[in-house]
Design a protein around this ligand. Structure first.
Ligand SMILES: Nc1ncnc2c1ncn2[C@@H]1O[C@H](COP(=O)(O)OP(=O)(O)OP(=O)(O)O)[C@@H](O)[C@H]1O
Length: 264
């Protein structure tokens, strides 16, 4: 049996009395495109931060590509490409230099220009990133995620700031990456795009995986129209919408962790 790309068992993260992630049991099979959906504050970025060892779990465990994110962090980061929700570029460094930093870190022999061409930045290879628009920064971050042909791509809100060409480009990249055998795990609010690229969807709400499956399966189980979109599934399963900024008072007696950094 192939090792799952991602497997979590009771993965939990509390910040004080806020339960950001509540006993997540998740399996993402190798080679699939898994869309991780949920309203603001559902715990999507927290999950990604835990998988990448940017924050420590309060409870539970996870493996990524069969590796323990806490014990095998270097090996893991060598094999994972990450597009964070927000990436701050170095204003004075060119796109090429940004690529070079990742290529050197991953000891890859990728050509920065080829990767930048792949994301539509061939005209901006030597321009400082400080001059980039939001969409160009997003394309640059995507090129950086692709360095070294990662076995797993983790894309946090990959469509942010992109024009329709950029959105189509992300879709193409996802298809190319899965064609060569990579797994793609992404969170997104651009629900219309999700159904075009995902094999399976997981719906996170209040830190809990409330449902998962194929879009066709959701339509059937939730008794939605045959042409119901991901939006309808999302609304059906997460009806009370955005989690309040106020912490849920579920664990007043539980010692919480201090706020930490990572993907927001
Ligand atoms: N460093 C932190 N300190 C305290 N609370 C945090 C921290 N990071 C996240 N949280 C809380 O954990 C919960 C889940 O947040 P998270 O960022 O994982 O949600 P999300 O699903 O990624 O949301 P969005 O779609 O808005 O990015 C929220 O209630 C959030 O306020």
């Amino acid at each position: 049996m192939t090792t799952p790309a991602i497997e979590t068992d009771g993965l939990t993260k509390r910040y004080g009395s806020t339960v950001a992630l509540d006993g997540l049991d998740l399996t993402v099979e190798s080679g699939e495109v898994y869309g991780f959906l949920g309203p603001n504050g559902a715990g999507k970025s927290t999950t990604i931060n835990l998988l990448l060892n940017y924050v420590r779990p309060t409870d539970g465990s996870a493996t990524v590509l069969g590796l323990d994110p806490w014990d095998d962090v270097v090996a893991l980061h060598d094999r994972v490409g990450i597009l964070p929700d927000r990436y701050d570029t170095y204003d004075d460094l060119s796109a090429r230099r940004h690529l070079r930093l990742v290529i050197d870190t991953k000891r890859s022999d990728d050509d920065p220009e080829a990767l930048l061409t792949r994301v539509g930045l061939s005209d901006a290879v030597d321009r400082p990133a400080g001059e980039f628009s939001q969409g160009m920064e997003q394309r640059l971050a995507l090129a950086m995620a692709l360095v070294g042909d990662p076995d797993l791509l983790i894309l946090d809100e990959p469509f942010t700031g992109l024009d329709p060409h950029g959105v189509a480009l992300v879709r193409d990249v996802v298809a190319e990456e899965t064609d060569r055998g990579a797994t793609v795990f992404f969170s997104s609010h651009v629900l219309g795009q999700v159904e075009l690229v995902c094999d399976r969807l997981g719906i996170l709400h209040h830190g809990t995986l409330v449902d998962e499956g194929t879009l066709a399966g959701f339509r059937e189980r939730l008794d939605l129209d045959a042409d119901a979109a991901v939006e309808d599934v999302f609304v059906e399963l997460t009806e009370d919408g955005v989690r309040s900024a106020a912490p849920r008072d579920e664990s007043a007696s539980i010692a919480g962790d201090a706020p930490e950094g990572g993907v927001q």
